[in-house]
Design a protein around this ligand. Structure first.
Ligand code: IPM
Ligand code: MG
Length: 352
């Protein structure tokens, strides 16, 4: 069968890591007889440089017309250090989320035995941790009304949610928990924020429709603490846009496998699959970046985007084999030879 995949490589190491995921997907296509048709489009700082817009209309049209989007990373230090820049690469990301209706960001957090020693936490605390952060991605304070007073001495952002936005993300989270260990934690700040109280109210209304799911609630500050203290207690965690931004970074780093964690953004139109890590500009063009998070994002693309479960599993298997056999980049190589980004991609494609 033919699948159309939009490829947005973006900035920094984006192009080189996405190239490896494409190699692996092509190998999957050969093995399982699928025809993946890849079409590239501009995004991020490279799109600003070339056409003045970090998410050009042409890119959006390609995404809309595709079965899934494979995304690299965006961001460039020249914008980070210029708070007055009128267009920023991140605006492209936010525009893409909004226009594709990607209201759910799914970030699985799991540990890999060979990387546990890289965790900042004690091995016994983190070994076996396996949970998912479901973050609301197109509402809340990221998209609320904002402004600046005339004298520029005051500025505000608004955290607002409506029922429809909360219901659809909670539904997705309940369904996700149903497919896993059937525990769902709603993370909010309902002791202070009105918008959080709306989340709780709606979760309490929806709970009885999911009798198999053990539902609990946690304030975000407490959740930040418990992720560090007892990461193994979580299964699926669902939360708003900004809390999810913060908690998912915290969660991703405790496993010691930041370079390995994939993510999916799903919603109304085409879903987008991308690594959790950033554009790592210092490594760009050096052929040293770890491609595994992007390769594992391609596995999520197959499973969640195209409903190809065996194909996704084949990628996960070959990725763990590459780690067992030491076919890895410098960031995760221990006392062993480090391989180049492209060598890891070639090996994965070959062994699949
Ligand atoms: C993320 C990133 C983005 C966010 C930035 C780059 C706008 O941190 O995807 O988590 O805050 O959503
Ligand atoms: Mg973030």
């Amino acid at each position: 069968m033919e699948y159309k995949i939009a490829v947005l490589k973006g900035d920094g190491i984006g192009p080189e890591i996405v190239d490896q995921a494409i190699k692996v997907l092509e190998a999957v296509g050969r093995k399982f007889q699928h025809d993946f048709v890849f079409t590239e489009a501009l995004t991020g700082a490279s799109a600003i440089d070339q056409v003045g817009d970090p998410y050009p209309e042409e890119t959006h049209q390609l995404c809309m017309d595709s079965d899934a989007v494979l995304f690299g990373s965006i961001g460039d230090p020249k914008y980070d250090n210029d708070p007055k820049a009128s267009v920023r690469p991140e605006q492209g990301l936010l525009a893409m989320r909004k226009k594709l209706g990607l209201y759910a960001n799914i970030r699985p957090v799991s540990t890999f035995p060979s990387l546990i020693h890289k965790s900042p936490l004690r091995k016994d605390l983190v070994e076996g941790a396996d949970f998912v952060v479901v973050r609301e991605l197109t509402g809340g304070i990221y998209f609320g009304e904002r402004g600046r007073s005339e004298d520029l001495n005051k500025a505000f952002d608004t955290m607002m949610y409506n029922r429809e936005e909360v219901e659809r993300i909670l539904k997705l989270a309940f369904d996700y928990a149903a497919k896993r260990n059937k525990r769902l934690t709603v993370v909010d700040k309902a002791n202070v924020l009105a918008s959080s109280r709306l989340w709780r109210e709606i979760a309490q209304e929806m709970g009885p429709a999911y009798p198999d799911i053990e539902l609990d609630y946690m304030f975000v500050d407490n959740a930040a603490m418990q992720i560090i203290q007892w990461p193994k207690k979580f299964d699926v965690m669902v939360t708003g846009n900004m809390f999810g931004d913060i908690l998912s970074d915290e969660a991703s780093v405790i496993t010691g496998s930041l370079g390995l964690l994939p993510s999916a953004s799903m919603g109304i139109h085409t879903s987008v699959f991308e690594p959790i890590h950033g554009s790592y500009p210092q490594a760009a063009g050096k052929n040293i970046a770890n491609p595994l998070a992007t390769v594992l994002s391609a596995a999520m693309l197959l499973e969640l985007g195209l409903d190809l479960k065996d194909e996704a599993e084949a990628i996960r298997l070959v990725v763990s084999r590459s780690m067992d056999e030491g076919m890895v980049t410098a960031d995760i190589a221990v006392d062993q030879k480090a391989y180049k980004t492209s060598e890891v991609g070639d090996w994965l494609a070959d062994k699949l």
